[in-house]
Design a protein around this ligand. Structure first.
Ligand SMILES: *Cc1c(COP(=O)(O)O)cnc(C)c1O
Length: 405
């Protein structure tokens, strides 16, 4: 198993990219799907922005350092990763806030329809954002299990909101087929790409998607709380109206007019002043992902997760896999169901193998392919086997919960 891993690492065309990240000694990081690792170039870039652009340039940097265009510039760089045109993507706000703007915006394009359809067990913020709009009287939430979604698309549905790769299981939706089904029913589609952007090749325009949002701090390695992004298909940009009509989304913010008039294009998605430090860090991550190439990242993440499963079976570990075993149906993670998944996860973290736990019984291991080695898979599998065999996860200290799991 370890020799096999060594050979795979030697043959891995992405092996050298590990050096482009700062990773702590002795840690096997299987949680890049929750917070991406730190690119080696980020601290220097941030120091440059802080000391030079902010410290020296002061307010002049809005123009001289191009701060004012940073949301568009980073958005344009994200666009090719998700099959969009540069003018269709903007980096701004959080995924949650972008969901709010785009669900409401999509509803405004479908007068007479109020239903926002999603699946039970979708990422909480996606469902809560629909709830919020429902409480305002603007939306009506409808949930249907994945195999009943198409049947639930009737004349009342304005928007179908789905997360492309499920956060808990990694299961993928067929983006092309569901987008078509929604359009056939007269509805619009909003895709949450938080668990696919940067790890899986996405083709929004090829699928005819309408809207999308995605996260900057997972596979894009933008850092904790990095700005998210929003995609608006060009054909909707003229008519779309989003409700957070802040001054940065105005057509001429520096005319300081009393009345709002939306900027043209995707710029209308902006609300307040862009967070420059966050965007600068995100840009480094996006540049790195772009340089490695999303197709190659996807191929490697598949190889890593399959090799991990192979190692587990060599070690005689049998855990209940809740992720699809069919590679074509899963994103970049493997999730296992275990009654004591929380304690298992903590015992692994104590050994330097960092994955995460998702309530109530899921141990989630992510295979962020830019910085993981096949040797890490063999080691992580060995640790998992030892933790299970020894029963060390039963120790009381591994059952104590912190605020973030
Ligand atoms: C991580 C994630 C988010 C994050 O939303 P925030 O507003 O950044 O907290 C949203 N949706 C999905 C599916 C996610 O996985």
């Amino acid at each position: 198993m370890h020799e096999d891993a060594r050979q795979r690492d030697a043959a891995d065309p992405l092996a050298d990219y590990r050096e482009r990240f700062i990773l702590p000694e002795g840690v096997i990081y299987l949680d890049g799907n929750s917070l991406g690792a730190l690119p080696r170039a980020t601290p220097d870039r941030l120091a440059e922005v802080v000391r030079g652009e902010w410290g020296e340039g002061l307010i002049r940097s809005w123009n001289s350092a191009g701060w004012i265009d940073l949301p568009q510039r980073v958005g344009a760089k994200i666009a090719p990763l998700i099959g969009a045109e540069p003018e269709e993507v903007i980096a701004c706000d959080s995924t949650s806030v972008n969901l709010f703007k785009l669900i409401a915006g999509a509803l405004s394009l479908k007068p007479g329809r109020k239903v926002v359809l999603s699946e039970p067990g979708n990422f909480p913020t996606d469902l809560y954002m629909i709830d919020g709009l429902e409480k305002q009287g603007l939306a009506q939430r409808r949930l249907a299990p994945r195999n009943e979604l198409v049947g639930a698309l009737d004349d009342d549905v304005a928007v179908l909101l789905l997360t492309h790769a499920h956060y808990k299981t990694g299961e993928l939706f067929d983006m092309a087929a569901l987008t078509r089904a929604a359009h056939d029913a007269g509805a619009l589609v909003l895709w949450d790409l938080s668990h696919s952007c940067g790890a899986y090749p996405v083709d929004l325009n090829g699928c005819g998607a309408d809207f999308a949002v995605g996260c900057g701090y997972k596979y894009l390695c933008g850092g904790p709380g990095a700005p998210a992004f929003a995609y608006v298909a060009r054909r909707h940009q003229q008519a779309l109206r989003q409700p957070l009509t802040g001054w940065m989304g105005h057509s001429a913010p520096f005319e300081f007019s009393d009345d709002y008039s939306p900027a043209s294009g995707v710029d209308q998605m902006l609300c307040g002043t862009p967070p420059i430090l966050g965007l600068a860090a995100l840009e480094v991550g996006v540049d790195l992902v772009t340089q490695i190439g999303v197709e190659r990242l996807y191929a490697k993440s598949q190889a890593l997760s399959e090799f991990f499963r192979h190692c587990l079976s060599e070690l005689g570990v049998s855990l209940d896999v809740v992720s699809p075993t069919d590679l074509a149906q899963r994103g970049s993670q493997l999730s296992f169901r275990h009654r004591d998944a929380f304690a298992l996860c903590q015992a692994l973290i104590a050994r330097g193998v960092i994955g995460d736990f998702r309530d109530p019984d899921i141990l989630r291991l992510g295979f962020a392919p830019a910085y993981l080695r096949f040797a890490d898979m063999a080691e992580a599998a060995r640790h998992l086997a030892e933790v299970l065999d020894s029963g060390e996860w039963r120790r009381a200290e591994f059952s104590e919960r912190a605020a973030v799991t």
